[in-house]
Every structure is written in C-alpha cells, then in structure tokens.
Design a protein around this ligand. Structure first.
Ligand SMILES: [Zn+2]
Length: 57
C-alpha cells in the first residue's frame, strides 16, 4: 500500500504593483511516497506517470 503524493512545483514571482505576493506553477512536479520513492522535480507528465505506475503496484 502506497501513500504517494504528487506535488506541483510553485515558483514565487516578484510582487505585483500593489505588493501582493504572486506564485505560478512551473509545469514541473514530483512524486514522493513514504516507502522511499522520490522522483525529484521532473515534468508534470513524467511525475504523473511515475505516480500511476507506483500506486498500481
Ligand atoms: Zn510507495
């Protein structure tokens, strides 16, 4: 049984003119699992594939 998590990478941008913090997705993600899986940040497609194959086991 795996408790895999898919984590989207977020990038912090410079605040806008009113000083609000801004963030955006980088398009990368990582899949991690307590059993030791950690793909590191790869493309979202690769992370999703790793997530699927890992949780299918
Ligand atoms: Zn696992």
């Amino acid at each position: 049984m795996h408790a895999t998590q898919l984590i989207a990478e977020i990038r912090t941008l410079t605040p806008d003119d009113e000083g609000w913090a801004r963030h955006e997705r980088t398009g990368r993600a990582c899949a991690v699992c307590p059993c030791g899986l950690d793909t590191g940040f790869v493309t979202a497609t690769q992370a999703a594939a790793a997530f699927r194959t890992h949780t299918a086991r």
